[in-house]
Design a protein around this ligand. Structure first.
Ligand code: ADP
Length: 400
């Protein structure tokens, strides 16, 4: 089944056309600067990258350009749009009402609308992408794959914040967690790749990218995750602070005479690796290069990033009363041997030893712990687009 996978941000739209059976990507690309001047980058597999500058006032024009590119007689990969059998949308927040991917109908749209408060940047953009596809490809099934869904199996003790219960009652303030598609895909793949018993397994997935989160998965079900009500909680990320004493907000707001929303923006956009490195970079590659050249700001940022991961892994081993496997994924998790080594060297108390040679691995499923290690550590590349394609195809097939 040909599935168009769509991931809308507030001013961008990423897409891939994937065949769910062969897993082959026919074409992929990105619309940028939607609402401003507009730019489409389109690449058919095996072909040249094409860049087209054209006005895209809304996501509808952006999707229209993508569809035109896919059926373009010269560089397109489809004869007609009839060959697109379903559209899979990445949707950020499904709140507490949605615990799985679903075929989009009016009810699903109202849940996504209701959750705009919880995901103010993403949910409205996701809705625009959904509405544009419905308008331009009427009658085709659209599926929503939620970033929060996989984490809905967390028990109450893991998702509640210890604040007055009325805020949960009135506003549903609780931990939701994100990157669920990746955590589901990687935990499943880890179980399969390592031959673990799906009904008797404890896995920790560390998804480390620009945004990072870590999850504890027992028998294939999420029992805890580091992101919270929003993606701000948890690990040290590219520009997000992750965990901190909430009183820091009031303290800095008073000292700097700024509003809480300005402070939250700083915690989201100017903190993490970028903040710790005094503005040097939010990108791990830049920082690791700078650290090699002796830059103390880069070293501080990387030290803090690794230390937080080590603490979370320790807490999830405790929460699950053990662990069978730890999987690294995401841009940093899949590529940064230094981060994996720093983290794994600090897990010797679990009887884990790193296979230094195997740790040079990049971009493939690979065990990086030694054969006598008590817990298996592996690199398991994530593929969120493929996961969205597969979940979409499965739902659409079952519906037929
Ligand atoms: P996003 O959260 O935007 O999807 P990614 O998963 O692509 O992010 O991860 C981006 C991060 O991965 C950046 O910090 C980048 O520096 C890092 N990264 C990507 N490739 C490498 C590499 N080869 N070595 C080290 N770090 C890398």
């Amino acid at each position: 089944m040909n599935v168009l996978v769509v991931n809308c941000g507030s001013s961008s739209l990423k897409f891939q056309l994937i065949n769910s059976e062969t897993e082959a990507v026919a074409a992929k690309g990105l619309c940028e600067r939607i609402g401003l001047d507009g730019r489409l980058v389109y690449q058919p597999t095996g072909g040249e990258k094409e860049v087209t500058e054209a006005a895209m006032p809304t996501h509808t024009e952006a999707i229209k350009m993508v569809l035109d590119a896919l059926v373009n007689p010269k560089t397109g990969v489809l004869k007609s749009l009839d060959e697109v059998e379903a559209i899979g949308h990445r949707v950020l927040h499904g709140g507490a009402k949605i615990s799985d991917s679903c075929i989009i109908n009016d009810e699903v749209i109202s849940v996504i609308e209701e959750c705009c408060d919880l995901g103010p940047l993403h949910n409205p953009a996701n809705l625009m992408g959904i509405r544009a596809c419905m308008e331009l490809m009427p009658g085709k099934p659209n599926v929503a794959v939620f970033d929060t869904a996989f984490h809905q199996t967390m028990p109450e003790k893991a998702y509640m914040y210890a604040i007055p219960y009325k805020y949960y009652d009135k506003y549903k303030v609780r931990k939701y967690g994100f990157h669920g598609t990746s955590h589901r895909f990687v935990s499943k793949e880890t179980i399969k790749f390592l031959g673990l018993d799906p009904e008797n397994s404890k896995v920790i997935v560390a998804h480390l990218g620009n945004g990072s989160s870590i999850s504890a998965v027992v028998n294939g079900k999420c029992v805890d995750t580091s992101m919270g009500l929003t993606p701000l909680e948890g690990l040290v990320m590219g520009t997000r602070s992750g965990d901190l004493d909430p009183a820091v907000l009031e303290y800095i707001c008073n000292k700097e005479n700024i509003s809480v929303s300005e402070m939250v923006r700083i915690l989201n956009k100017e903190s993490g690796l970028l903040g710790l490195s005094q503005g040097l970079s939010s990108d791990f590659r830049d920082l690791s290069e700078a650290m090699e050249n002796g830059n103390p700001d880069a070293k501080r940022a990387i030290d803090c990033l690794c230390y937080r991961i080590i603490k979370y892994i320790g807490s999830y081993v405790a929460a699950m009363n053990g662990v069978d496997a730890i999987a690294f994924t995401g841009g940093i998790g899949e590529n940064a041997a230094l981060v994996r080594k720093t983290v794994v060297d600090n897990l010797s108390y679990l009887g884990i030893t790193l296979d230094e040679e195997a740790n040079k691995a990049r971009g493939e499923d690979k065990v990086i712990s030694t054969p006598d290690s008590k817990v298996t550590v592996a690199v398991i590349p994530t593929n969120e687009e493929l996961a969205i394609c597969q979940e979409t195809a499965e739902l659409v097939k079952n519906q037929k």
